[in-house]
Design a protein around this ligand. Structure first.
Ligand code: B1M
Length: 215
């Protein structure tokens, strides 16, 4: 198989042997971020479709996710970075009950490579933990990720809880993840939250929103 098709297939098949050599070869032809967006994520999409249609079992999905993570970690040091940090601080968490973190961690990479400080507190984070960390680190915005349909409900609950605690105007909120839609966030959730809530379809939109929050 040609190099880029082989990379996509490595994600689908969860095949890590020879991955680094392929990534080295790929980096001679395109930027690491383009390899992620154009090839590795294409592989994850196939995995999602196969799993969704019952043609792939969960342990294999996990294996694919591990290869994806290994690949991103290998590419990360080669990505372009602005050398100055300190543009602002973003807290990132995957919401309660949800373990999906590949997207959140991509947001972390893109946003922190572009001059922001990121406090990434991981997966399955209840609103208490999110707000405690936000307070402790004095963040400028809170980013929540979640891929399950039920996570979209949790996000709504979280926003309501932030209203109730009187912190909505203090924290602009960025939301992302496959189960969300722009309309749901910009219409429904915008009506719920007393502060600013925005939808990011990908990590780059997350960065753009951070730029807007800090402007
Ligand atoms: Co899960 N899973 N999974 N899974 N999994 C989905 C989400 C699913 C759509 C698959 C399917 O059925 N086709 C489905 C959800 C269905 C639903 O809710 N209606 C599903 C299911 C059902 C489950 C389990 C319930 C399965 C089970 O146990 N029976 C279980 C849930 C566990 C839990 O959370 N409690 C489960 C488990 C897993 C694994 C552990 C095996 C693994 C996750 C490993 C990991 O993340 N460490 C996994 C995977 C890999 C997937 C799919 C196949 C791929 C997800 C992914 O990493 N995509 C996924 C299929 C799909 O999404 N269509 C699926 C790549 C990633 C880069 O995309 O995270 O969307 P994404 O991020 C994007 C944007 O959304 C955005 O930026 C990224 C791109 O730049 N973005 C943000 C994301 N967060 C953002 C935050 C921002 C801004 C942008 O600002 C804050």
């Amino acid at each position: 198989l040609p190099l880029f098709e082989r990379l996509e297939k490595r994600i689908v098949e969860g095949e890590v042997n020879g991955l680094e050599a392929d990534l080295d070869a790929a980096m001679r032809q395109k930027k690491p971020i383009d390899i992620i967006n154009e090839n590795l994520l294409a592989g994850m999409k196939v995995v999602g479709d196969l799993f969704g249609s019952g043609q792939m079992q969960l342990p294999f999905v996990l294996q694919s996710a591990e290869v994806m993570k290994t690949a991103v970690a290998y590419l990360e040091p080669h990505m372009e970075k602005t050398d100055s940090g300190g543009k602002g601080k973003l807290l990132l968490a995957t919401v309660k009950g949800d373990v999906h973190d590949i997207g959140k961690n991509l947001v972390d990479i893109i946003v922190s490579n572009n001059g922001y400080d990121v406090v990434n507190i991981g997966i399955k984070q209840p609103i208490n933990a999110i707000l405690e960390a936000a307070e402790e680190h004095r963040v400028d915005a809170i980013g929540m990720s979640g891929l399950l349909v039920k996570s979209t409900v949790i996000m709504k609950d979280n926003l309501q809880e932030m209203n109730a605690r009187g912190v909505a105007r203090r924290y602009p909120v960025l939301l992302g993840g496959a189960a969300l839609t722009r309309t749901y966030v910009e219409n429904d959730l915008d009506d719920v939250y007393e502060g600013e809530v925005r939808y990011a379809k990908d990590a780059f939109e997350g960065l753009k929103l951070m730029d807007r929050v800090m402007a």
